[in-house]
Structure formats: C-alpha cells, structure tokens
Design a protein around this ligand. Structure first.
Ligand code: HEC
Length: 130
C-alpha cells in the first residue's frame, strides 16, 4: 500500500468507526456526577435507594434498567425523570438538577466521566449501559 492509499484507508476507517465511537464518548463530568449524587439523595433516594438498587421505585441500575433504556437517548431518560419523577410530585426538580441527577445515574451504570458537561446538547446520544 502506498502513502496515498494508506491515507485513504485511514480516512475511510474514521468514517466507519466515528459514529460508534461517539456512543462511547464521555457524556458528563465527574463534578456533575458528584453534585448529582447529592441531588439524587435529596429527591430520589427515598424510593430508589442511595445505591439505586430500588425500593418503592424500581432499581435504576442492573439488567432490567439497561434493557429499558439502552438504545434510547439520554434525552428520553431525562424527560422521564423530569416529567414523571419524583413520582409523588412530578416536574418539581429543576432541569439543571435533573441533568446532574442523570449524570450520577449514568456513572452508577458504568459510564465514565470526561470533559463535556451533560445538558440538552448531548440529549441525542444513544444510551449503551453495561
Ligand atoms: C415517591 C417515590 C419516588 C420518588 C421520590 C422518585 N421515584 Fe422514580 N420511580 C418511582 C416509581 C414507583 C417508579 C415506577 C413507575 C413508573 O415507571 O412510572 C419509578 C420509576 C423511575 C424510573 C424508570 C425506571 C425504569 O426502569 O422503568 C426512573 C428513571 C426514575 N424513576 C428516576 C427517578 C428520579 C431521577 C427521581 C428523583 C428526581 C425519582 N425517580 C424519584 C418512585 C419514585
């Protein structure tokens, strides 16, 4: 393979692997997840437990949770949290807090923090929790 062919192959590969890599991209910062933990404990933990294993509300980790949300977008999860939760007072938690809570939930589901803040701009990202 000459240099030009090699360059072409690399360009082609980055097109093919690009979208797949986006899914793995870090969606939130460590700071957001940290703040989200406090907000979660204040607004959600009474029903979902501080470790997210569930009580009155279902677990927000584990296979059933992944089955429910993988393939959907971050925005879908956010919307559910913001519009349907907390179950006794839906919509009462401000959006900014809900993005922090979402960061915490994603971290608890094995996603790694990075340099980009989670917010409406990242809403289109597809969830892939393991
Ligand atoms: C008063 C109890 C209660 C509180 C507080 C509460 N939840 Fe829930 N939650 C539930 C119940 C009950 C369900 C199941 C019913 C449903 O899906 O509508 C649920 C379902 C969920 C689900 C969907 C889980 C799944 O796999 O279907 C998510 C996500 C969620 N809650 C997030 C939150 C967040 C985030 C907060 C805090 C902002 C919160 N909940 C506060 C009771 C609660």
């Amino acid at each position: 393979m000459d240099k030009q062919q090699l360059r072409f192959t690399i360009a082609l590969l980055s097109i093919v692997t690009g979208p797949a890599m986006q899914v793995q991209a870090a969606l939130f910062t460590a700071q957001q997840a940290e703040k989200g933990k406090i907000a979660f404990n204040n607004h959600c933990a009474e029903c979902h437990r501080p470790d997210l294993t569930g009580a009155m509300g279902p677990a927000l980790t584990g296979p059933a949770f992944h089955k429910m949300w993988n393939g959907k977008t971050v925005q879908d999860l956010f919307n559910f949290e913001h519009q349907k939760m907390p179950a006794t007072n839906p919509g009462s938690v401000p959006k900014k807090q809900d993005w922090l809570i979402t960061s915490f939930i994603l971290e608890k589901n094995g996603l790694k923090p990075g340099n980009t803040e989670l917010g409406p701009k990242a809403g289109g990202q597809i969830l892939d929790m393991k």
